[in-house]
Design a binder for this molecule. Sequence first.
Ligand code: PMP
Ligand code: GLN
Length: 399
Amino acid sequence: MADMTEPRQNSPLVPRMRPFTSTIFAEISALAVRTGAINLGQGFPDTEGPQLILDRAAEAIHGGANQYPPGLGVPALRTAIAEHQKRFYGLDPDPDAEVLVTAGATEAIAATILALCEPGDEVVTFEPYYDSYAASIALAGAQRRTVRLRRPSFAFDSFTFDDGELRQAFGDRTRLVLLNTPHNPTGKVFTRAELELIAELATRHGAYVVTDEVYEHLIFDGLRHVPMATLPGMAERTLTISSAGKTFSVTGWKIGWMHGPAELVAAARAVKQFLTYVNGGPFQPAVAAALGLDDTFYAELAGQLQAKRDLLSQGLAAAGFDVLPTSGTYFVVTDVAPLGFDDGLDLCWKLPELTGVAAVPVSVFCDDKEAARSLVRFAFCKRDDVLSEAAERLAGLRT
Ligand code: PMP
Ligand code: GLN
């Protein structure tokens, strides 16, 4: 018996989850609260989304939509998700068999990986990666094979990956590719050509593609989001995941979804039903209504955020940061080396005290920590006056 308990002496937590005891977002947000700093760490907006979504949720609560919704999600939301996919991308999922509502994109990702991966299977993903990817892969006992997104070598270029490195990441045990576009934290929007290469490799290796598209509408400079499922032959092996949090500024509601081939959705659902079963009864009809907002809403969302990106990027550049280009999401990545700091992680712990602004280090999202050592991510989904004040405070770092 002693042998069995020995490895657990220091912690009751199973070893595979020990690297994941807390998240950088929780830690930095707590630090921001403790120090009263402007929080440009965790990505959440500081203004409300469309009035319609708030009104519909309030009506739903008062109208009695407060018990368990159906396991797949309320029919109105599944239909609205299918219509949204048709309207924006020409995809045509069957709301009754090919759409599943989840507790945020986070649950959709976890349920999918747990449903599809055996211990020892490999998941190809890009780094920096969103933190829940590594945790969900570990939870399943699978292995991540990461491909580095390399910072651009000249001003207007975007992060890129090496084709050879991507090819090498695939092997006999590759079960799925986990792709995030637009990409957190780099703001990279994967091009069609890049997606085609990923698609070709996934197909050749018989792998599924799971795409995290939560920033699908937060995209700038006239670029367009290309869902993997729209590439020839890819709908049959792709699970597309998104969520209401970013599009409608309701990150706390945790209404997400996935769609894809019926057998993949059914597999993910088998796991999902024992994670949360269902969530957000009154929020689901509200999200359904919001998905139907007209094109002006979606265009204004992207336009307003693009202006915020520019405002913060200019402020950061003026403050001496090396600002890397970002084409989507809530985030801009900077290099702090020109300011005389070589360790972004270390700096982010001190930044609130030094300047009254909080940010997150990029190295925590990487296996190759050295490559991202001096990179720091800032969120620009905040009021303009907050962004201006933050930039002014950060200018003090140089003096
Ligand atoms: N994926 C990415 C890339 C994210 O940045 C986030 C954070 N919002 C999520 C997934 C989680 O989305 P949700 O809040 O809907 O679970
Ligand atoms: N997606 C948010 C970000 O990247 C954080 C969400 C969370 O705290 N888990 O900032």
